[in-house]
Design a protein around this ligand. Structure first.
Ligand code: FES
Length: 83
């Protein structure tokens, strides 16, 4: 799964760096480094809503406060289980 985070200037001001950091930490915490790839992107044209994050082709608007919830619901839940 590829998670793309906008690092354009508007999203940067809304905390994209903090979101990247939170996601990196969560990925390590749940040991899904092999399954989740984080990548950055320049402005995706949806700056108005919040920090623009895409999971494959679906986009979300995040802020630092809902990043953990997003990770649980949209990333972790969607990964194929190994057990
Ligand atoms: S700066 Fe992030 S979508 Fe525009």
């Amino acid at each position: 799964m590829v998670v793309t985070i906008c690092i354009g200037s508007s999203c940067h001001l809304k905390g994209s760096r903090e979101i990247v950091h939170t996601l990196e930490t969560l990925i390590k915490e749940y040991k899904v480094e092999d399954q989740v790839q984080l990548t950055g992107s320049f402005c995706m044209g949806e700056c108005v809503k919040g920090v623009c994050v895409k999971v494959d082709d679906k986009s979300y608007s995040l802020n630092p406060d809902n990043t953990r919830e997003f990770f649980m619901q949209e990333v972790l839940e969607c990964l194929p289980r190994e057990d």
